[in-house]
Design a binder for this molecule. Structure first.
Ligand code: NAG
Ligand code: NAG
Ligand code: NAG
Ligand code: NAG
Ligand code: NAG
Ligand code: NAG
Length: 663
């Protein structure tokens, strides 16, 4: 049972004497919703995929490259004076991975030589099972040694001997397991492979695709990093938008994120020219995304490439059909029966059961990269052609357009729009009623990004989600839920940031190689709370709006009443005394009130959760309230606070949300 947790909580409960803010909620008359979905967009933005949720520990594992990012030995060092040289052997490991590394001893009696990898700015080494593999070309009689060791001292935390099966004229894979004997004291560690040059023909061997995984989320092969997956699962998400926004579009129309390149054994996956300044591995491919959705029990919005790239390349109508066919193949891969062409590919990769899919989004932000011409082409023929094809082949799927009425899109019948507000806190508050009586949209990306008084998109982004921004998000989100009959889902973006390489300030969760750096932002606490209380029906509420913003409703499955509110810019920053009653709720009824407030003593609106400090700027308090003789619940909403009241006192169960219906 929840109980009062702190003096601050007690103060919040002591209802002030000012005239109460009366809210009277009717028991009928709102709109049925299918339960607003909360989730996130994920794409590999500055190492949130490779070096982030994708658990691979080896950086530059297969010497992949693209036009924008030349092949390199980035991340690799020589061990014991070995010479490392990139090579294109006549017999490559695969067409997808044509470059390998030659490791050569520099003298004939050097002893064991090899190479070591830095990981993604370090590696977390614990007493747990690591699973590794590497491919070797060249004859070798002897053992390889794979070890996890300190980058700062000579300490080796664990190593394993692997008997060579290498031969002269072919590539041979070696697999191993490695359990360190001790935890490393920090994440400044490397992974090394060595061999004895005396056992080789000419003192050298060729290596490629060197991979090492710690245990993964739900033990998936090629899976997700456990602590990061867990911190996202704890948000109670019910939907994911994949495989990203800008990343889907690619830098130009030859290099968009082609899902067909992401399937099957890693050996056959070429690298991907990322759009955020680095080469990607394609390790986190379409199937991995789908398994992620399955492991989290998420609905899926799959984005399909729609003929617009980030450089403004626009596909003309006569060249569009192959991309439409490709999108249909992609959908077939996701939901086609196992005997269909692409369903059978999915089955061959170990997943005969179709995945669950509700939404297909045509392109990404088509109003942006190509300027007016790009947007016009989208409205004139790209969206209509894709829509017609998807509707015909898959009438059960809901098509989403990549823009909204607010970018001037006249949303075609049967299609949902997509709106992406990256805003100041003030703007998010001002947009509270933006979707009242508007046509149906998803909020495919949202975050408070710029401080109030900032100077526009080119101005200063704030460094981390911060308290007043989080309250701004809450108020926009409450506005979306008020319209949940037409706004089925909201997605935060971006979701993860590697602290060693980031360029986008606002991110829900920060991380680095060291799991101790994994940090829930202030917004994490909001999204966790709001997603945990599902309304299946909004209810009309009588009462003023602003500076207290709210939505009321019920959960018909549980028979409970729910109220979600937030206070922003209260008069003289004083708390607002609230008197909240629901028609039909009688004296003595109990309700759980969960409140988020600024934990900082000085209530600094710029307070944030700093991964280097490990602080939490959010105070979360819970109270059990009892309805008074008028059937009203009374409580105070402090300036910049967020609260949810629910007459269901039990633990929320967000997975019980209903499936959204087709628009
Ligand atoms: C129900 O939907 C209508 C039209 O979309 C909207 O104007 C109204 O405010 C909604 N009512 C509630 C209680 O959400
Ligand atoms: C090579 O490794 C195997 C398996 O770990 C081990 O049994 C063997 O003793 C090793 N040989 C040498 C020469 O170290
Ligand atoms: C790629 O973009 C160029 C314009 O930059 C265009 O001429 C060409 O038709 C496009 N090709 C495809 C297949 O989209
Ligand atoms: C909040 O108050 C500030 C200062 O008075 C004002 O500039 C701002 O517009 C207000 N914002 C909202 C959303 O009410
Ligand atoms: C994001 O990654 C790119 C590529 O490495 C890098 O150039 C850029 O500086 C990064 N951004 C920040 C702020 O670290
Ligand atoms: C001495 C040294 O290089 N320490 C680094 C170890 O790794 C952390 C990040 O995990 C760095 O902050 C330290 O500088």
């Amino acid at each position: 049972m929840p109980f009062l947790k702190s003096a601050l909580a007690a103060a919040a409960l002591a209802v002030s004497s000012a005239a109460a803010w009366d809210i009277k909620v009717s028991s009928s008359g709102g709109n049925a919703t299918s339960g607003h979905q909360y989730g996130f967009l994920h794409e590999d933005i500055n190492n949130s995929g490779d070096g982030g949720i994708y658990a691979e520990l080896i950086r530059n594992r297969a010497f992949q490259y693209s036009e924008a990012y030349p092949v390199s030995l980035d991340g690799w060092h020589s061990v014991n004076g070995a010479e490392l040289k990139l090579n294109r052997l006549e017999l490559p490991l695969s067409d997808a991975l044509p470059v390998s590394v030659n490791v050569a001893a520099d003298t004939c009696d050097s002893g064991p030589v090899g190479m070591a990898n830095d990981g993604y700015w370090g590696m977390d080494v614990k007493v747990q099972k690591y699973t590794g593999s590497f491919w070797v070309h060249g004859s070798y009689e002897g053992n390889f040694t794979a070890s996890l060791q300190s980058a700062l001292t000579d300490e080796v935390f664990g190593s394993v001997e692997i008997v060579s099966q290498s031969v002269a004229d072919d590539w041979v894979e070696h697999e191993f397991e490695l359990i360190p004997e001790t935890d490393a004291p920090n994440s400044n560690n490397t992974f090394a492979i060595t061999f004895d040059p005396e056992g080789t023909a000419d003192g050298s061997l060729d290596f490629n695709l060197i991979s090492l995984f710690p245990p993964t989320y739900k033990d998936r092969k090629n899976g997700l990093r456990v602590d990061l997956a867990q911190v996202l699962a704890d948000l109670h998400p019910t939907i994911i938008r994949l495989p990203g926004g800008n990343m889907l579009e690619g830098l130009d129309n030859r290099t968009w994120w082609d899902w067909k390149d992401t399937l099957g054994p890693l050996r056959y996956r070429p690298g991907f020219q990322g759009v955020w300044g680095y080469q990607q591995t394609h390790g986190l491919g379409l199937l991995e995304y789908l398994q992620w959705a399955e492991d989290f029990d998420l609905e899926i919005v799959v984005g399909v490439f729609a003929g617009l790239a980030l450089n403004g390349d626009i596909t003309p109508p006569e060249k569009l059909q192959p991309f439409i066919d490709d999108a249909l193949d992609q959908i077939e891969f996701i939901i086609g029966p196992p005997d269909s062409e692409w369903g059978s590919v999915r089955a061959s990769l170990g997943h005969p059961e179709p995945f669950r899919l509700l939404y297909v989004e045509i392109g990404n932000e088509d109003w942006l990269a190509g300027g007016e011409a790009g947007w016009q082409s989208y409205m004139d023929y790209r969206l209509p052609m894709f829509q017609a094809a998807v509707n015909e082949a898959y009438p059960q799927l809901q098509v989403i357009a990549s823009g909204s009425t607010h970018e001037g899109l006249e949303i075609p019948e049967g299609v949902l729009g997509d709106y992406h507000p990256y805003r100041t806190p003030d703007e998010l508050v001002e947009e509270f009623d933006k979707f009242d009586n508007d046509v149906a949209h998803i909020i495919g990306e949202v975050a408070a990004t710029h401080p109030n008084g900032g100077i526009g998109w080119d101005g200063e982004l704030f460094t981390f989600p911060w308290w007043i921004g989080t309250v701004g998000e809450a108020i926009s989100m409450i506005g979306y839920e008020r319209n949940a009959d037409r706004i089925p889902a909201t997605f935060y973006a971006p979701i993860l940031r590697n602290m060693n390489r980031w360029q986008w300030a606002m991110t829900m969760v920060q991380h680095a190689a060291d799991p101790a750096m994994t940090t829930r932002s202030t917004s994490w606490y909001l999204w966790e709370l709001i997603a945990a209380h599902i309304m299946t029906h909004t209810l009309p509420a009588e009462g003023d709006i602003g500076p207290l913003y709210y939505v009321a409703g019920k959960n018909e499955d549980k028979g409970s009443f729910i109220w979600k509110g937030a206070a922003y810019n209260t008069t003289d920053s004083a708390p607002i005394p609230v008197s909240l009653s629901f028609e039909g709720v009688e004296e003595g009824t109990k309700a759980l009130l969960t409140m988020l407030t600024n934990a900082e003593e000085d209530k600094d609106p710029y307070a944030y959760n700093d991964p280097h400090l490990g602080n939490n700027a959010v105070e979360r308090t819970t109270f059990v309230l009892t309805a008074n003789e008028e059937g009203a619940f009374e409580f105070d909403m402090p300036e910049l606070s967020i609260a949810i009241l629910d007459t269901d006192l039990n633990c929320p169960n967000p997975s019980k949300r209903k499936r959204a219906l087709k628009n």
